[in-house]
Design a protein around this ligand. Structure first.
Ligand SMILES: [Zn+2]
Length: 334
């Protein structure tokens, strides 16, 4: 069944029940019009099963230079047969179109990081308005929300499924769903205000964020991994028939203390220059170990970068040019 484009412009009127059972419909959410006439909004893909069941919300493209999740959503939606599912999949493949069409992490319109302004404001900047409408017209419908990210243009990372560690029912669902996703690394970390979770938690929606390899690429195997993960979580939610992981993966860390999970705060460049790593992704390093070097434009060594603590290289800068303050690697305590 092909998706039928369907114009749509009022947040209050959106409900998954607007889609008849057994259909796939594409809605367009218009948010605002810029002074140059450009329309700002996002597209919503809704696959409603023949039978009632849970609602899974999946989003990608909150950062404009992270592509794997966008393609995974498009392909999952295209391949889904609503006759075969229970409940409803609501997916927004590109939340932040201004950033996407600028090939950038942040929006070129207000220079804001969309993952720092949730739950947004109805009368705020463009990014704040996008966050507001995603929160109150999309995220609120979820029994579970999955936010797909990747390392972006300048980094690569070891793929993981993450969540904010918290207590009670939400935590149990998050952990079970993260396990079901099927990756070999789960990283539960501290709550960070401003991310999409500041929207989904307003409605007490359990939330996963998934990170892929990035480097500005969209590798076929990464897209497939994400698609399988989404399908396994749908099976966990009893939306699809199929198997899913039930036991902890080989790499599992849950810690909500301090800045755990905040990637950009360690191993910073002290200079403008050229960074060459001496380590590989997922390599184990000891505290104090030399992990890279910053060179001047003339090739002189400006800074030897040492591991600030022991663990594995979970994020690694792949773009050699750096400016002072750029983070170079993140080490997970595993
Ligand atoms: Zn991201």
């Amino acid at each position: 069944m092909s998706a039928m484009p369907f114009a749509f412009d009022s947040i209050d009127s959106f409900s998954p029940e607007d889609s008849p059972p057994g259909t796939k419909i594409v809605y367009r959410k218009q948010i605002t019009t810029l002074i140059d006439g450009r329309e700002i909004g996002f597209s919503i893909l809704v696959a409603r099963g023949q039978k009632d069941g849970k609602t899974l919300v999946v989003c990608a493209g909150i950062h404009g230079d992270e592509y794997e999740g966008i393609v995974a959503i498009q392909e999952c939606f295209r391949e889904l047969d609503p006759a075969q599912i229970r409940g409803t999949l609501i997916a927004v493949p590109i939340v932040n179109e201004p950033a996407f069409f600028a090939h950038r992490r942040e929006s070129p319109i207000d220079e804001k990081n969309l993952a720092s302004v949730f739950p947004g404001h109805s009368d705020g900047t463009v990014s704040e308005q996008i966050a507001y409408h995603l929160t109150h017209s999309i995220l609120k419908h979820g029994d579970l929300f999955i936010d797909l990210h990747s390392a972006g243009t300048y980094y690569t990372l070891k793929p993981w499924v993450g969540y904010s560690v918290k207590g009670g029912r939400i935590q149990q669902i998050q952990r079970e769903a993260a396990i079901a996703f099927g990756f070999d690394l789960i990283w539960g970390s501290a709550f960070m205000p401003g991310r999409s979770i500041s929207g989904s938690y307003l409605y007490e929606v359990p939330t996963l964020h998934v990170e892929m390899r990035g480097s500005g690429l969209c590798r076929r195997e990464d897209v497939e991994q994400l698609k399988h993960g989404i399908q396994r979580v749908m099976s966990y939610l009893k939306m699809l028939k199929g198997d899913f992981q039930r036991t902890l993966p080989p790499y599992f860390r849950e810690n909500d203390q301090g800045d755990e999970g905040r990637l950009q705060i360690e191993h910073l460049s002290k200079h403008d220059g050229l960074f060459l790593p001496h380590v590989s992704l997922w390599e184990h390093v000891e505290a104090g170990q030399r992990i890279g070097c910053i060179y001047s434009p003339e090739g002189d060594s400006l800074q030897v970068v040492h591991a600030e603590h022991s663990g594995r290289i979970v994020v690694l800068r792949t773009c050699p040019s750096v400016v002072q303050g750029d983070f170079l690697v993140t080490v997970i305590r595993l």
